[in-house]
Each structure stands twice: as C-alpha cells, then as structure tokens.
Design a protein around this ligand. Structure first.
Ligand code: 5RP
Length: 266
C-alpha cells in the first residue's frame, strides 16, 4: 500500500486503539429526508467533533459540512435507486473518483448487493473502483447492503458478502452485526466496521450491539440512526467511543451515557 492510501486510512483509525467511530449520514441518497436527518447540517454539526470520519454523499458534503472541517470524509459514490422501488440493488457509480479526490476525501464507499438482482454490476463496480483507488491512493469501502431484506443479516450470508468484497480488493468492508459475528470476521482479511441498522428499542441495545461487534473483532462502527435518532446523540457518540476506543463494556458505556445526559441536564 502506498503512503497516500496508508495515510488516508490512518487518519480514520485511532492511532492508539486502531479502531474507528464513523458517523453515517448518507441515508438520504435512497431514503430521502430520514427522521432527524431532515436538516443534515444541523444534525451533524454537534456530532462531528466526536466522529473519526463522517460518511455522506457529495450533495450533503457540499451543502451541509463546513469546508473548515478536519473530520475525514467517507464519500458514498454509489446510488441510483430509492425506497420507492422494490429492487434497491439497481445502483451505479454516481460520483467519479476524480471528484472524491477533489473533495479531499479519505475513502469512497459503495454498496454491493450479493445475491440480489443486480449483484453482478455492483461487484464489477467495486472491482473497478478498487482499481481506481489503487491508482490514486483512495481506500474503497464496500458496504454489504441487504436492501429491504433485513433478514439476510446472518453470519452465513454476511461472511460470504464480506469475503467476496475483500477478494475483489475492498480495503475496508462495512457490514451488519449478527449472531456468530466472529465467523464473519474470521473470513474477511480486511478491517470490518459495522452499521447499526434501523433504530433499536433503546440506546442500551445499540451499545450492546457495538460492544458485541468490537469484542468479536470489528475494527469499528459506521453508525447512523442509532446515534442521531437517539434523544441523546452526543452522549451516544461519547458512549460508543468508550467502547470502540477504550474497550469499555456496554454497562460502562451506559454509565458514560448517563453521566453525559446528567451533564447536559437531560
Ligand atoms: C445507508 C448506509 C448507512 O450508512 C449504514 O446503514 C449505517 O447507518 P445505520 O447505522 O443507520 O444503519 O449504508 O445505505
């Protein structure tokens, strides 16, 4: 790996922990104005200081993130389908690599849809993007998307999707947490980060998901709704950071969350 690629990756992963807390706010590219992300700039601004990277589209980057921000950017570069379609897998590359470079991004991210109608083009898109990433020093993160089929989130499927992504050259893979998650980690030779998925019943459940993923080998999280749809998003960021960077348990992270809520008078 050349210096530029290594530098981009290093900026997103803590020097001491080797882990990362990415803040995902790219949902609008297929879901529209998602609850509590209607005004993305207002949602993101107070959370940016606690994020090791922020994952978004070029539209939200340009309109909603100050150019003075030093938070590394993971640019979503795939799209082309919306939740109004049954088949969410019909995506293409929507933002060229040269734009990711111009926007000073630290990585690009695209969805791959293993087993879905448009599996083939999504995997070819990944392979092509990796070739461009190798040429330019830009890390590529594959996202093992499941579309509306949330029940696909099991170890057998995710291990396959993550391994295929790594074999095609992805430098990082974002996937979901599942039972037997260590099997997914075992089969994937590149760092894995986990998404949170739809909002869980409680902040505690999201912290447990994070703890379980990290303790089974995930190198971080790339979480959205369980942070900014929480009533206490800053406290959630701090609690998640305690797990990811300080190896706190879910119970210890709950203490961080409670202390932060009290500090903010919530
Ligand atoms: C949307 C995404 C999201 O970034 C990913 O799912 C993480 O967000 P959340 O924690 O809300 O699931 O890839 O396509």
């Amino acid at each position: 790996m050349d210096w530029g690629m290594r530098n981009r990756i290093a900026r997103m992963f803590g020097e001491r922990s080797g882990h990362t807390v990415m803040l995902a706010v790219d949902h609008g590219y297929f879901m529209g104005p998602t609850r509590r992300l209607e005004n993305a700039g207002a949602t993101v601004a107070p959370l940016l200081p606690y994020a090791d990277a922020v994952a978004l589209t070029r539209g939200i980057l340009r309109t909603s993130i100050p150019a003075s921000s030093t938070t590394p950017i993971v640019l979503r570069v795939s799209g082309g389908a919306t939740i109004l379609q049954d088949d969410l897998s019909h995506e293409a590359i929507t933002t060229p690599m040269k734009e990711a470079l111009r926007l000073n991004c630290s990585a690009v991210a695209l969805s791959v849809f293993v087993g879905a109608a448009h599996e083939h083009p999504s995997l070819v898109n990944l392979a092509q993007l990796v070739s461009e990433g190798e040429d330019t020093g830009m890390p590529v993160m594959a996202i093992t998307a499941v579309g509306k089929e949330l029940e696909k989130r099991d170890a057998r499927y995710l291990a396959l999707a993550c391994r295929v992504s790594a074999e095609l050259g992805a430098h990082l893979v974002k996937t979901y947490y599942c039972d037997d998650f260590s099997k997914v980690v075992e089969g994937c030779p590149v760092p894995l980060v986990v998404a949170g998925g739809p909002k869980l019943d409680s902040d505690r459940a999201a912290l447990e998901l994070c703890f379980n993923a990290i303790s089974q080998g995930a190198k971080g999280i790339d979480m959205g709704r369980n942070i900014w749809q929480s009533d206490h998003p800053i406290a959630m960021m701090k609690a998640l950071r305690a797990i990811v960077h300080e190896r706190a348990t879910a119970a210890e992270a709950m203490d961080v969350l409670t202390a932060e809520k009290e500090r903010l008078g919530a």
